[in-house]
Ligand binder design. Structure first.
Ligand code: PLP
Length: 437
């Protein structure tokens, strides 16, 4: 005797099942194919390790296509699913606007940076890296790249076309970040990329700050754009992911590095990045406007020596920023006046000169009073979400070309809160700073 168990509306009709089949077998077979005419606004999430084939031929053909890195070919969840391919296509199209690009996704922004280096470098190569880069990129170059026989020279981010003088016969990669995510120097990216290209080197940029809303790195001549999707692409501080978007002709080595190292992301996380993408334009404009409100207010504060934000006319990178970007994001820093930080609290004795450790301790207490127990600003590193962050930055260890000449820096990420409330919060922070001993 047989029964037909799959006649519910929407379900694809299934062959009749023999009654004697055990439940253990049936639960592995039912509800795996669902034919539906219902259209939802979003793609379904595919979670997959196993990819199935109807024939051995199909498996062999797909395997060859996957190894070759053909679009949407996958023999295995690590190679891709409809959800991750949808994200890869979206990244290539949006980051690469107007250029033939491909994108691969990785489990974090830092792993995207590492994978891109693995893709294009070999022992004996030389890298030129901006002195203003994200700290862990510097650590990776000084650590793993050194161990694998790749030498890195750091360059002054203000160098521009002058970078040609630092090129060596074995310089394979020029690595940029513009603006730098602690000190916000804007680089002459087109000039640096042109110099790299005429030397036969690849230019790679960490394009975290401006998002695709305000930057078009492939128009600048960049070859590889590295994206911490964790930041604005996600926008909600709840996903870790990265991507490398590359010119089509650089795709093969990237895909080989991705496949040989087992780098991949899950469908749920890919879905969340696609969801963030729907609102990135509107979010970025709000981050930009509120950050400018706060930056302009800070620039008028007596405690502040200067605000490091390239969209401010006073910023040394302003002209380059105007030329290359169409807007600015929520991330910037400000430098505090050392004399203000060293001032005694009411009723406290002045510091005697020469007591450096006392001065450092007082600065640390003042920075803590400014940053801790704020209403909206929380202390945290991973920016780009909906929420505002504050973090005093210790950058002296991050500079090797030009030691940092300025005073204590504080980095802010301006979230989606109302800027007047954020200014009120910082005002309370400054009052706490003055009161702290
Ligand atoms: C400029 C920049 N690049 C890359 C990264 C790395 O991103 P992830 O946290 O996803 O590894 C960060 C993270 O803070 C960053 O600020």
């Amino acid at each position: 005797m047989t029964t037909d168990t799959t006649s519910a509306p929407g379900q694809r009709s299934q062959p009749a099942r023999p009654e004697h089949e055990a439940l253990a077998s049936r639960v592995t077979e039912i509800a795996r194919r669902f034919d539906t005419r219902i259209q939802t606004a979003n793609l379904p999430v595919h979670r997959a390790s196993t990819v199935l084939f109807d024939t051995l031929d199909d498996a062999a053909v797909t395997s060859a296509a996957t190894i070759a890195g053909e679009r949407h070919a996958s023999t295995y969840g690590t190679a891709g699913t409809p959800t991750t391919f949808a994200l890869m296509d979206a990244l290539a199209e949006i980051e690469g606007r107007g250029h033939a690009c491909r994108a691969a996704v990785m489990p974090s922004g830092l792993s995207a940076i590492a994978t891109a280096f693995f893709a294009y470098l070999k022992a004996g190569d030389h890298v030129l890296m901006s002195d203003s880069v994200y700290g862990p990129a510097r650590t990776f170059a000084q650590g793993i790249l050194t161990r694998f026989g790749v030498e890195t020279t750091f360059y002054d981010p203000a160098l521009g076309a002058g970078i040609a003088a630092l090129m060596r016969p074995n310089t394979r990669v020029v690595y940029l970040e513009s603006p730098g995510s602690y000190t916000f120097e804007v680089q002459d990216v087109p000039a640096i990329c042109a110099a790299a290209r005429s030397h036969g080197a690849i230019s790679m940029i960490d394009n975290a700050w401006a998002s695709p809303v305000f930057s078009r790195p492939f128009d600048w001549g960049v070859d590889v754009s590295l994206l911490p999707l964790t930041k604005y692409w996600s926008g909600h501080a709840d996903v870790l992911m990265g991507a490398a978007v590359v010119r089509e002709e650089l795709w093969k080595p990237l895909w080989v590095a991705v496949r040989q190292s087992g780098i991949c992301v899950g469908g749920d996380d890919a879905f969340l990045i696609l969801r963030g993408l729907r609102t990135i334009d509107v979010r970025m404009r709000r981050h930009q406007d509120s950050a400018l409100d706060v930056a302009r207010w800070l620039a008028r504060r007596p405690e502040v020596a200067r605000v490091l934000h390239p969209a401010l006319e006073s910023d040394p990178g302003h002209a380059l920023w105007r030329r290359d970007f169409t807007g600015s994001s929520g991330l910037f820093s400000f430098e505090l006046r050392r004399d203000v930080l060293l001032a005694p609290a009411p009723g406290e004795a002045a510091l005697t000169s020469g007591a450096a450790e006392h001065a450092d301790a007082r600065i640390a207490r003042k920075l803590a009073a400014l940053s801790e127990r704020r209403r909206f600003f929380r202390i945290g590193y991973s920016w780009g979400g909906y929420e505002s962050l504050i973090m005093p930055a210790k950058i002296s260890a991050l500079r090797t070309v030009n030691p940092w000449p300025g005073g204590p820096l504080v980095r802010l990420h301006i979230g989606l809160e109302d800027s007047a409330d954020l200014i009120g919060d910082l005002e309370a922070g400054f009052a706490a700073m003055h009161a702290a001993g």
